[in-house]
Design a protein around this ligand. Structure first.
Ligand SMILES: [Zn+2]
Length: 454
């Protein structure tokens, strides 16, 4: 490793230690500074890997990566990963730094990394991935990619090497078009003959065929642009699936695997079950994506089940507390992040309740005007919410926001203290989404945990 890179690592480490003394997490800043000191450090680290697995796409990267890491990582076989959505160059650097010794040598040589679409071609240029998982490519109006074409272009650029194995969401026409026609492509998707819920009239970004530009015809929708699609003017259509998932109940996914294995394995069909503590159809897609990738990487169904079972969402990242009622804790701190949580709630089709815990301490930001920029109106219209709760220091501001969004005041309960959230929300069995700003998060997690064991 170049001296400059070793120096950059040293600077990054010292910065990380300083941030820790200041009680800051420091997922990005050390990486940003390291990148300034040495432009080649990321490549120097990535090139030491024996096996690199990348998870990319618009939604579901963090959850899929965490699940896959849990399935791959074992006592004999160590894998490194980037936790908590640090998926840009600086985040990747900060993550890899944790696994490098003082001379810049990685102590673990296998990695499963979540990589943002914009960073993806850059990472691939530094180190050829063994396998790439593409979760989906959908419009994300609030993020920096206004154009879905731009995201597709970046992904295509990164996937130019035909030697890369791709595991793609076959129910998504855009992810599928990235993987189709290649030797080393595997598709996963949900069983659409079963009565799994379909959502109606959302914007569907994959509605046009990437081959010929014609509008795609859907025989069935799962959610968003996911479904059973075909083009009437060319041969582009939903692919044959190698991994077909059927959601059994709230805790399990049954998977039918159909692969003609290349390396001497016999062709045929294998059925197995994976349970995981996740919520929402979109999250079962993540479980299926991770399972497909883990199977391609040689994990047995038993190893996969163990990994999925051990998976736990990090604090406030759609963290599930068992019920009844099931409670899901999500951190919100700005309109962009809050809206993506709302989108996830809209994808979950069952009847639910929502609790906003809004504080305005320094770490939350003193100004709560951003509450007016989150798309509550859309949540009201699309998410089947039967009760609303507001708590935290700015509970009344939040209640006012809800009223202006058209929520019936009779369905809003103002809870004076965070500690009563558990009590109020246990009065019905409908799941509760608890959306919390930073300083209320730790306390709420404690109260919800206590409710779980009661
Ligand atoms: Zn077509």
């Amino acid at each position: 490793m170049r001296l400059r890179s070793v120096a950059a690592l040293l600077v990054g480490r010292m910065l990380k230690i300083s941030l820790r003394l200041l009680h800051r997490r420091g997922t990005s800043l050390p990486g940003l500074v390291m990148h300034k000191v040495s432009r080649t450090l990321l490549g120097d680290l990535l090139r030491q890997l024996d096996t690199l697995v990348i998870v990319t796409g618009t939604n579901g990267k963090s959850t899929t990566t965490a699940l896959l890491h849990s399935m791959l990582n074992g006592e004999q076989d160590h894998w490194l990963t980037n936790e908590g959505g640090a998926n840009l160059q600086q985040g990747l650097l900060s993550a890899l730094m944790a696994y490098a010794n003082w001379r810049g040598k990685l102590v673990i040589k296998r990695a499963v990394l979540e990589v943002d679409e914009a960073t993806f071609p850059h990472v691939v240029r530094q180190c050829a991935p063994h396998l790439v998982v593409i979760t989906n490519v959908v419009r994300d109006q609030l993020d920096r990619y206004g154009e879905i074409d731009h995201a597709m272009h970046l992904l295509q650029e990164g996937l130019r090497d035909q030697g890369i194995t791709i595991v793609a969401n076959g129910d998504d026409p855009l992810a599928t078009s990235l993987a189709m026609g290649r030797d080393l492509s595997y598709f996963y998707g949900m069983d659409q003959s079963a009565s799994q819920a379909a959502m109606g009239d959302e914007v569907r970004d994959g509605a046009f065929c990437l081959n010929c530009g014609s509008e795609l015809v859907y025989d069935h929708f799962m959610y968003g642009q996911m479904g059973l699609y075909r083009c009437l003017h060319c041969d582009f259509a939903h692919p044959n699936l190698h991994f077909l998932g059927t959601i059994q109940d709230e805790t399990g996914l049954s998977i039918m695997e159909c692969i003609s294995w290349r390396q001497g394995h016999e062709a045929g069909r294998l059925d197995f079950h994976v349970s995981a503590s996740v919520i929402g159809l979109y999250n079962w897609y993540n479980v299926l994506a991770a399972t497909a990738a883990a199977r391609i990487l040689g994990r047995s169904p038993a190893q996969i089940s163990r990994g999925a079972h051990a998976y736990k969402a990090p604090l406030g990242r759609m963290q599930v507390f068992a019920g009844p009622p099931q409670r899901i804790l999500a951190l919100i701190k700005n309109p962009t992040g809050a809206n993506s949580v709302l989108r996830a709630m809209m994808e979950d089709v069952c009847e639910k309740r929502v609790c906003f815990a809004i504080n305005d301490l320094d770490a939350d930001g003193r100004d709560v005007s951003w509450l007016w920029d989150i798309n509550i109106e859309s949540l009201v219209a699309n998410a089947h919410i039967c009760a609303w709760y507001c708590t935290g220091r700015r509970r009344l501001d939040m209640a006012l926001r809800l009223k202006y969004a058209g929520v019936d005041p009779a369905s809003i309960t103002v809870i004076d203290s965070l500690e009563f959230v558990g009590k109020y929300t246990s009065q019905s069995t409908a799941p509760v989404y608890v959306l919390s700003t930073y300083t209320a998060l730790y306390a709420l997690a404690g109260y919800l945990q206590a409710g779980e064991s009661a």
